[in-house]
Design a protein around this ligand. Structure first.
Ligand code: ADP
Ligand code: ZN
Length: 219
């Protein structure tokens, strides 16, 4: 099974993706998490990625595509979170899937109003343990104990790129490069959108339930 999570920064791709991975036993392939891990370990890839990520820009397609394909080769049941993020990445993925006889099950697009995105992203904290990857929100989805991950007990940290200035840049990049993927996958007949509005109290459970319904219908 191949599931793609689509959505602007901070829409909950990681959080909902995690739930789906648990339920269907999928590997969670989050390009942002992989880049952050490489950055922490100061690898060559990490240092290159940091130049772009710190400014809210995208890591170049050639670098990203090569990294993802290297990982996909070993996997059959995957949830892609944060990839593809540009049309060339989506085209490369299509080509790769055709070549390997694999099919996308569904593309789940999380649709959140802009004002909400800025609020959600500014108050986001993430688990410092890369094997956990849980994400919280100090306002809307706080951990049980402040600063500590509910799941694994590791300290929670703030991402460097979750500051209002970088978030605005990331939103611009989303509109320019990533939003066109909605139409791309709509044309392929794979798109499913879930509308989320924190003011109408859409919970993680509500959204997960909708995502599961989509997968059940399409698998
Ligand atoms: P968010 O969804 O909150 O923006 P991610 O963790 O998915 O966060 O991504 C963080 C950053 O990593 C992005 O702003 C971008 O610089 C880089 N990145 C992640 N995935 C990709 C990708 N597929 N292509 C290019 N850059 C990427
Ligand atoms: Zn954790």
């Amino acid at each position: 099974m191949y599931i793609i999570m689509l959505g602007a920064p901070g829409t909950g791709k990681g959080t909902i993706g995690n739930e789906i991975c648990k339920k269907y036993n999928l590997v969670h392939l989050a390009t942002g998490d992989i880049f952050r891990d490489e950055m922490k370990r100061k690898t060559e890839l990490g240092m290159k990625a940091e130049e772009y990520i710190s400014k809210g820009e995208l890591v170049p397609d050639s670098v990203t595509i090569k990294m993802v394909e290297g990982k996909l080769d070993k996997l059959d049941n995957v949830l892609l979170d944060g990839f593809p993020r540009t049309i060339p990445q989506a085209e490369a993925l299509n080509e790769y899937l055709n070549k390997t006889n694999k099919k996308i099950t569904a593309v789940i697009n999380l649709n959140v109003p802009d004002e909400d995105i800025i609020k959600r992203t500014s108050s986001r904290v993430i688990c410092s343990n890369k094997d956990c990857g849980a994400s919280y929100n100090t306002i809307f989805m706080p951990p049980k104990v402040e600063g500590i991950c509910d799941i694994c007990g590791s300290p929670l940290i703030k991402r460097k790129d979750d500051n209002p200035e970088t978030i605005k840049e990331r939103l611009q990049v989303y509109y320019k490069n990533t939003k066109p993927l909605i139409e791309f996958y709509e044309k392929m007949g794979l798109l499913e959108s879930i509308y989320i509005n924190i003011y109408s109290e859409t919970t993680k459970e509500d959204t997960t339930k909708k995502a599961v319904e989509i997968i059940e219908k399409r698998k």
